[in-house]
Design a binder for this molecule. Structure first.
Ligand code: FAD
Length: 317
């Protein structure tokens, strides 16, 4: 079922989860161990992130170095198929532009269509680790909107090879990313929303937001989006913040603010367990406030802390 259909038919708030594929060499059991307890809350979707290849230098026996490409977290498509099979749930693969040619993207979409995947999250991806700025693949996409266009083309049965007549039409529901505190490259929030609107006008169906720790950022964002004419569902992205290290790490990686009250409470915490307690209570309060304000979906970045999300959900539902 498509995300938009779930939202339209829901009579209660929907729980959505996001996981990372395990690092190469680890078993998929580690994913099941995270997700099994959370099934109690009947999540409607599980997003699976995509991690592009990284260039690393490997030492040769003669002492020289060679540049090799490695993928630390492969398996996004396989995990989606496994989750759909095991939990009978909608798995949503993240598709990125970075590192992909248009042909490779088309082939990935064909695989996903054959597997019965109904939803994709279309993203640009970040610059590769060895780049300062995002550089598209020579035959790939520069912006997420170009990827949205490609998915829409395939939904119309139009393939890259023009001699494919009567091509099978895929039927993907397309999500895109939104940034309540603006994307770090955008000069201002309005310009960022202008480009978000273009993704919607091209055919994207819904938005999932970057994490935020202050609900007012989300409320301002949905109001500003509405003023710009963006009326599709905008799912709030929520992450438990559970350690002092994250107080500086999260803002530097995700370009989001940690509110002063959360910072102060976390700094007062004496043990790791105290930190986790502070983060759990903060997330719980955020969720309660969002539900009070009738958000249709709570999207949790579980990222290795499924028990915190579990404890929050247990108190909510
Ligand atoms: P875009 O929509 O292309 O926007 C990128 C920037 O360009 C923005 O500043 C925007 O304002 C601007 N812009 C957009 N279109 C145009 C245009 N036509 N002309 C000029 N400027 C334009 N990354 C991963 O690698 N893997 C993941 O699995 C992943 N999952 C994510 C999930 C969510 C919910 C979110 C919010 C982010 C995720 N990311 C992931 C990170 C994301 O790839 C980065 O934030 C990336 O830098 C931007 O992606 P985007 O899709 O928002 O890009």
């Amino acid at each position: 079922m498509k995300v938009t259909e779930h939202i339209a038919e829901a009579t209660e708030p929907i729980v959505s989860l996001e996981i990372l594929p395990p690092t190469k060499g680890k078993s998929i059991e580690s994913i099941y161990k995270q997700l099994d307890p959370l099934m109690e809350f009947k999540p409607a979707f599980i997003n699976v992130t995509y991690h592009r290849a990284e260039q690393v230098y490997k030492k040769r026996p003669d002492g020289s170095f060679e540049r090799v490409e490695i993928r630390k977290r492969p398996g996004t498509v396989g995990i989606c198929a496994a989750l759909m099979n095991k939990y009978k749930i909608e798995a949503i693969p993240h598709l990125i532009c970075g590192g992909f040619s248009r042909e490779e993207t088309e082939n990935a979409l064909i695989d996903l269509h054959f597997l019965g995947v109904k939803n994709v999250l279309a993203l640009r991806g970040d610059a590769a680790a060895n780049e300062k700025f995002f550089t598209p693949h020579p035959n790939g996409h520069r912006y997420a909107e170009d990827l949205v266009k490609q998915v829409i083309s395939l939904n119309k049965g139009s393939y890259i090879e023009e001699d494919i007549m009567d091509g099978v039409k895929t039927d993907f529901c397309i999500g895109v990313a939104g940034y309540p505190e603006k994307h770090f490259e955008a000069p201002n929030l309005d310009t960022d929303i202008y480009y978000l609107k273009r993704k919607i006008e091209l055919g994207a169906d819904y938005v999932t937001t970057q994490m935020f720790f202050e609900n007012q950022h989300y409320y301002n964002y949905i109001n500003r989006c509405a003023e710009h004419g963006v009326t599709v569902p905008i799912m709030p992205g929520l992450k438990p913040l559970t350690s002092k290290r994250q107080l500086t790490m999260i803002p530097s990686i995700f370009n989001v603010e940690v509110p002063v009250d959360l910072y102060n409470e976390m700094m007062k915490a004496k043990t790791d367990a105290d930190c986790e307690q502070v983060g759990t209570e903060w997330l719980l309060a955020q969720c309660r406030d969002l539900l009070k304000n009738k958000v249709p979906v709570l999207h949790f970045y579980t990222l290795g802390k499924p028990h915190v999300v579990y404890n929050v959900l247990k108190q909510l539902f």
